[in-house]
Write a protein that binds this ligand. Structure first.
Ligand code: PMP
Length: 404
């Protein structure tokens, strides 16, 4: 049962107006709104349980630590990791990928070794590897795609060489909505003995994810895109791999013993968690994961699929509409241009009608280059969006189109 009205009522911000118009929030790919229970969990911890974790003998510190570690267990369960030792808390997807690049490349790669990424990666799955390329001469190889937004699997297979050391790909494109066949792509990589990092920023909020079923070696996501707070995210890594990697940052928490002569490091996952963690954020994230779990990830996926099909059909009726991303398997991210209206103008005028969309290159400039455009307008759906909001978007675009 998916009852949209009580669900919307859980998100106070959806009831507000902008420029005197009801808010139509279609920028969920950038960040999602927060249900009341998440905000309350955060407030409640600040009011009642705030103390630094993992350090104190006192009551509050122990309670805060229990909450923080219970949140780790909630994340483990949500993605079906084998153990909480495999759940590293970070600031978000970007930090998770940077952590991996900064630890994997120096320890597992030499100059000339290769990382395979794809044409449709977000900058946060390109630039961390380029920083490593500058420092140690590692090389990026790029999986091409067809005009519909499908990665070319034959070309992918051909990219493997004795120099390949890692594959790092998005589960779902934040521009095209393409759901990449990551399970098959992981199988291919493993056949070559190569581990795979999956960027789950755009998949975690929209579909059930089972890291063991995928057999992903690393899986990363951000809390704020899955109805949780900003500033907290996750790096899942198979224990064997995490054990092989050196620490990321140095500081408190990540050590076992420090002396000026020799320092030893803490066990997993704390080896990668230097400094005071965002223990309030992890509480908020766990509450968000509980919230979407209660709705059911399968139900959310089915609801959003239906809404996306409706939106694709309605938007497709608009004269001059060009939709980028026609993969068979696609999520609720729709990038488009209309006639020769500049994406920025369209986005700005829609905003005046209360409709929040994203415009620009969406942190995927190499993909824009591949598409031969500078940017798009992007509508991206969340679990609370409705057909009426799609209708408002379509009516808004029609209005702008007539102005031009
Ligand atoms: N990867 C993808 C596919 C994304 O969509 C985003 C966010 N737009 C990121 C990575 C980066 O996420 P964050 O800014 O939360 O670190």
């Amino acid at each position: 049962m998916y009852d949209i009205n009580p669900i919307r009522a859980d998100f106070p911000i959806l009831g507000r107006t902008v420029y005197g118009k009801p808010l139509v929030y279609l920028d969920n790919g950038a960040t999602t709104q927060k249900p009341r229970c998440v905000v309350e969990a955060i407030t409640n911890e600040y009011y009642n349980t705030n103390a630094n974790v993992h350090r104190g003998v006192h009551f509050l510190s122990q309670q805060a630590t229990e909450l923080h570690e219970a949140s780790r267990e909630t994340v483990r369960r949500f993605i079906n990791a084998r153990s909480t030792t495999e759940i590293v808390f970070t600031r978000g997807t970007t930090e998770s990928i940077n952590l991996l690049a900064a630890t994997f490349c120096p320890s597992q790669m030499q100059a000339g070794d290769e990382v395979i990424v794809s044409t449709m990666e977000h900058h946060s799955n390109i630039v961390p590897w380029q920083l490593q390329a500058m420092q140690r001469g590692i090389v990026l190889r790029v999986i091409p795609m067809d005009d519909q937004g499908n990665l070319l699997q034959d070309e992918y297979e051909r990219l493997f060489s004795p120099k390949t050391k890692l594959v790092s790909i998005a589960h779902v494109s934040n521009v095209l909505g393409t759901v990449n066949p990551v399970r098959e792509m992981i199988r291919t990589a493993h056949a070559h003995g190569i581990p795979v990092l999956v960027d789950g920023a755009q998949s975690i909020p929209h579909m059930p994810v089972d890291v063991q079923a995928l057999d992903a070696d690393f899986y990363v996501f951000s809390g704020h895109k899955v109805y949780g707070p900003t500033g907290v995210g996750v790096l899942y890594g198979k224990e064997d791999w995490l054990d092989k990697l050196p620490p990321y940052q140095g500081g408190g928490e990540m050590i076992q013993h420090v002396s000026f002569e020799r320092t030893t490091f803490n066990e997993l996952p704390f080896k990668f968690e230097a400094g005071t963690p965002d223990y309030i954020g992890t509480t908020g994230l766990a509450r968000a994961l509980d919230y979407v779990s209660a709705l059911g990830m399968d139900n959310i996926a089915a609801y959003e699929h239906e809404l996306t099909q409706y939106a694709l059909q309605r938007l497709g009726e608009i004269p001059g509409m060009r939709i980028f991303g026609r993969a068979k398997e696609r999520g609720g991210v729709i990038s488009f241009l209309v006639g020769n209206i500049h994406h920025f103008d369209l986005g700005t005028l829609l905003d005046r009608l209360g409709i929040a969309v994203r415009t620009g290159h969406h942190c995927a400039q190499p993909l824009m280059t591949r598409l031969g455009i500078e940017g798009t307008v992007r509508a991206s759906f969340g679990l609370y969006n409705t057909r009426e909001e799609v209708d408002a978007l379509v009516a808004g675009i029609e209005r702008v189109r007539k102005m031009f």
